[in-house]
Write a protein that binds this ligand. Structure first.
Ligand code: PEP
Length: 254
């Protein structure tokens, strides 16, 4: 049996920020700043309108590009949506699925998330699946239950072979864009539940190889504590990924 190495991933979600030129400048700065990062992987999620241009800039570099969202149908009358083939056509290797803003602002359900994960695989796109509890759910002691429900639903009918290409991001909703970061211990505990669930559903090897990223107000001054936890394999960064220097400080954490 071959042992799979767990990947270390630093991802930047630019959300609905940056113009065309600003996106190109940010992509160039990141691309030029990550040449010495060894086996660490970097993914950027630019606004959809600039994904292709950013992918051109990052081609052949250590920076991969992903889309922030997509529809699960191959094509159709879905005004304003982006299809999986369009995501591929823009040069994206990854797609973010189930980001809390998609779930809580746009009403995406666990079922939608699962359909999108399946659509990603059908189109040779690697999903970065986001899960995380609301503040109220944490305060009621429901974190493990909520995260398990979200992961279980997202992975419904996903095979062991496909699991090798899944990345999960644990992003407690109360920590996203709020400046309130989960403590390294809180994040690590949630990551451990996720790994435990994947172990019971798939295999110890699959669980061990799964990259689980933490997201929620990650900044250069709090990355070190998080990054050194056993079950935290990288981070998904929003606000601090919008500036070259702060994102590079995070990616280069020692
Ligand atoms: C995010 O958008 O996924 C995120 C974690 O944002 P922030 O780092 O700004 O909290």
């Amino acid at each position: 049996m071959t042992t799979m190495t767990r990947r270390t991933v630093f991802a930047g979600n630019w959300k609905m920020f940056k113009t065309h030129q600003e996106s190109l400048d940010l992509a160039k700065g990141i691309r030029d700043g990550v040449s010495e990062i060894g086996s660490r992987e970097v993914i950027v999620f630019p606004p959809s309108s600039y994904a292709r241009a950013v992918a051109e800039i990052c081609r052949g570099s250590k920076v991969a590009v992903g889309m922030q969202n997509m529809h699960f149908e191959q094509e159709g009358a879905f005004t304003g949506e982006i299809s999986p083939p369009m995501v591929r056509d823009c040069g994206c290797r990854y797609v973010l699925i189930g980001h809390s803003e998609r779930r809580h602002v746009f009403g995406e359900t666990d079922t939608d998330v699962n359909k999108k994960v399946k659509a990603a695989f059908k189109n040779d796109i690697e999903p970065v699946i986001c899960v995380g509890e609301l503040l109220d759910e944490r305060e009621k002691g429901l974190t493990a239950e909520v995260v398990r429900r979200q992961v279980e639903a997202a992975l419904s009918e996903i095979s062991s072979d496909q699991m090798i290409q899944v990345i999960i991001a644990y992003e407690p909703v109360w920590a996203i864009g709020t400046g309130k970061v989960a403590t390294p211990e809180m994040a690590d505990e949630a990551h451990r539940y996720i790994r435990q669930f994947v172990k019971s559903r798939y295999s110890p090897e699959t669980a061990d190889a799964l990259p689980i990223l933490y997201g929620g107000s990650v900044k250069p001054d709090n990355i070190a504590g998080l990054f050194h936890m056993e079950h935290i394999d990288g981070v998904l960064v929003g606000g601090a990924s919008l500036k070259v220097d702060s994102f590079l400080d995070i990616v280069r954490v020692t």
